[in-house]
Structure formats: C-alpha cells, structure tokens
Design a protein around this ligand. Structure first.
Ligand code: FAD
Length: 399
C-alpha cells in the first residue's frame, strides 16, 4: 500500500483523491494556462469591478489569448476542447471569479453553443469566426419577466413577415445582453407554434429593441444582466437558427451548459475552501492556529469532503459526456448537487475567517454570493431536482 503523504492531500489545487491521475498532460497543461491567467489577471483585479458592478473589459478581453473560446466546438477556429478540458476551464474560472466564468459561459457556451449545435453551415460561418476572436459578443435570451422555470412556455412570439419574422415580447436576466453583438432570442412561432432561436445582430442599434441593465444584484456583480423589450423587431429569415423546432432541441444546449455549471460550482467551492484552509493555518487565537481546533477542523473536513465529491462527480460526468451519454438526469443531478454544495462550502469557508470573511479583499464573500446565482441559473435547484426525479420515475412532478 502506498504511503499516505501530505503532498497528496494539500498542494496547489486541492485534489485529495488524486483525480488528477485521470487527466492527460494536454488537459493538465490547458488547466495550468487558465489557472495562471486567473491568478495573474482575474484575482488581483476583479474586486473593484465586483464592488462597482462594472463589467471588467480589461480582464474579459484578455480571455481571447487563451485557447478556450467556443469550448467543444471545433469549426471556424473554435477551441475544439474535449469535455474534460471544458470542465477544467469552468472549474478554474469559477475558482477565480463567478462573473468572469459567467461571461465566458454565456458567450462561449450558450451563445456560440446554440449557433454551433443548432445553426447550419452558413450561419456558423457568418457568426462564429468573429465570436471566436471576441470581436462579437454573444448573449442567450430565454428567461422572461413572467416565465422563468417554465421556460418551454415562453410568451415571446415570432410572426412571419415578408422575408423574415417580427419578434414581440420581453426577456429578463439576459447575461451580456447590453454588450452583445449577437443576441439569440428564443420565441414561439405564432402560426406553427414551433419553438425557435432568432439572432438579432447589433441589438443596441436595432429598431424595437430596448435593453436595460439590472442593478442591485448581490452576486456575480461584475457581469451584466439585462431586461429586454422587443417591440415588433424584424429579424431576417436567414437569422432563424436552422435546426430548432422544439424546445427540446434547444434543451441540448442547456444540458451542456449544466455540465459546465456543475464544474463551475465545484471550482467556486474549491476556491473558497483553499482560501479557508490557508487562512486557518495562519490565523492564531488562544495561542495556536485556529486550524488546530476541533470545531474548525470539522468545517475544513466538511468542505474538503464536499469538494472531493464534486470533483469526482464531475470527472465521471465528463466520461459520460465524452461518450455521448449525457442525459437530462445526469446533467441535472450534477448541477443540483454541486450548486447546493457550493453554497454550503462557501458559507463554511466564510465562517472560518470570522469578521475577515465578509471583507471583499479576502475573496470568499464574493465567491459565496456568486454561489447564490449558480444555485438559481441554468435551472433552479428545484427544477434540476425535478428533472432528476422525472428521469428516475418516469413521472413528471413539475405541475
Ligand atoms: C444572475 C443571473 C443570470 C442569468 N442569466 C440568464 C441568461 O443569460 N439567459 C437566460 O435566459 N436566463 C438567465 N437567467 C435566468 C435564470 O435562468 C432564471 O432566473 C431561472 O430559470 C429561474 O427563473 P425565475 O427567476 O423566473 O424564478 P421562478 O421560475 O419564478 O421560480 C421561483 C421559485 O419557484 C420555484 N419553482 C418554480 N417552478 C417550480 C415547480 N414546478 N416546482 C417547485 N418549485 C418551483 C423555483 O425553483 C424558485 O425557487 C439568469 C438569472 C440570474 C439570477
């Protein structure tokens, strides 16, 4: 039996169960590149943006230097990552900052992913090359003021008109919308009842589109989310994504999104835990490091265990998705578990720092509030639970 060594348990990048042994050199090299970027560009610079609720262009535009845009897409110079790599990217970005991981996840995953998975060759050639270079920013408009969890019942309509469609309705919470050049709006065709994805190019300059950022968010403050009004907005017919007719066509994009968010949640939790571990070993009370007290160790062990469970769950999920075996149940179970546990772990981590835990310069409070958003977006915790329940029982408990 191998010796138990501290080196295996605590080193740069917490990995108690040595999940690393499953990653190739190429996967580890990419992870290192993203980790270096996060340590050099994100962590030292993000807090003022978060506090001012300002989008950090200074940081975001440098993502173009990483070979990660487009995630698993490989056409038009997209990154062509395997799903382990995609997961590791979300983990490392999440560990650094939730606003940056969301900016990347919306642009590269939801927007480029919709075009890559559901667009035809002409549409991909038209939009992806500039999106890969971050010359055009993408957004994904599904949620509405009156329709959140019940997303299949969106009220936004598309009416055929001349050589295209006229969109009417409203969207809410749409990430990147106010800085987007490629805004995908999900709507129902008024005549056929079909579900469709409609690309509005340059939405800021399109007649009938009104985009207003939402202020006062207490999490992911450095990424912009907006309310959108669509008042008879004309979209040419060639801007309707070619391979979407039903809600479930689009749901494939959400499934991959939930996979990424499960890794993101694991990263947020790991980031908070690593900071708490370091702090509790250095901070002394009653004449010794607080990490030496049983009650602190209980929190550290809880956090370490949950992070390890999240990592191992993500790893197995990556094997499923790489083999084309991801389904609604497995994607939702990972999102459900990891989002819930990220909330728990970040709160424990914040407790370990006492008063210093609520100061933004120590980063944990930011991660804790970012975890609140992860709990709600890409399907709330309840919605993901119900998706797993439906998979297990064959019975729909949504209504
Ligand atoms: C910061 C942020 C970023 C976001 N980014 C985007 C984006 O880029 N694009 C986009 O389209 N959307 C985005 N969203 C929207 C997000 O997906 C929705 O907030 C989410 O789907 C929930 O919808 P809702 O907020 O309307 O809550 P509601 O659907 O009103 O839910 C309220 C509560 O009721 C519960 N609930 C609802 N139905 C059931 C049920 N059948 N059984 C049990 N409980 C139920 C929910 O779980 C929740 O707890 C974002 C949200 C946030 C907060």
């Amino acid at each position: 039996m191998a010796n138990l060594t501290e080196a295996a348990s605590v080193y740069d990048g917490f990995d108690f169960y040595q999940v690393d042994m499953h990653f190739s050199d190429k996967q580890k090299a990419l992870r290192q590149e993203v980790r270096d970027f996060v340590e050099r560009e994100v962590i030292p610079n993000i807090n003022p943006y978060w506090e001012m609720a300002e989008f950090p262009w200074e940081i975001a535009r440098k993502i173009v230097n990483l070979p990660i845009i487009g995630g698993p897409l490989f056409e038009h110079d997209a990154a062509g990552l395997d799903f382990v790599e995609m997961g590791l990217v979300m983990y490392e970005l999440g560990k650094g900052d939730g606003s940056i991981s969301t900016f990347y996840g919306v642009h590269s995953g939801l927007a480029m992913g919709s075009i890559g998975m559901l667009g035809d060759e002409e549409q991909k050639a038209r939009w992806l090359p500039e999106m890969v270079k971050l010359e055009k920013i993408g957004a994904f408009g599904l949620t509405e003021p009156e329709v959140g969890s019940n997303a299949a019942q969106v009220k936004t309509t598309a009416r055929k008109s001349g050589d295209g469609f006229v969109l009417s309705g409203a969207k809410r919470w749409i990430g990147n919308a106010s800085i987007s050049d490629i805004l995908i709006i999900w709507a129902r065709d008024e005549d056929s009842g079909d579900f469709g994805g409609f690309v509005i190019e340059n939405p800021g300059e399109t007649e009938g589109v009104a985009i207003k950022d939402i202020w006062g968010k207490v999490g992911k403050r450095a990424v912009l989310n907006a309310d959108i009004r669509l008042d008879n907005v004309f979209v040419p017919k060639e801007n309707r994504l070619a391979y979407v007719k039903r809600f479930r066509d689009m749901a494939q994009v959400l499934g991959v999104g939930r996979y990424g968010v499960a890794w993101e949640a694991a990263g947020v939790a790991a980031g908070a835990f690593e900071l708490a571990l370091k702090y509790t070993k250095a901070r002394e009370q009653f004449g010794k490091p607080i990490a030496g007290f049983q009650l602190i160790q209980q929190k550290l062990v809880e956090m370490a265990t949950e992070v390890t469970l999240m990592q191992t769950l993500c790893l197995q999920l990556s094997h499923l998705i790489n083999r084309g075996l991801l389904n609604a149940g497995t994607a939702s179970m990972a999102k459900y578990n990891n989002a819930r546990k990220a909330r728990y772990v970040t709160q424990l981590a914040r407790e370990c720092l006492g008063g210093n835990g609520i100061i933004i310069e120590n980063h944990i409070a930011r991660l804790m509030l970012d975890a609140e958003i992860i709990y709600t977006y890409e399907g709330t915790n309840e919605v993901n639970l119900l998706l797993v329940g439906r998979e297990l029982t064959g019975l729909n408990a949504f209504v």
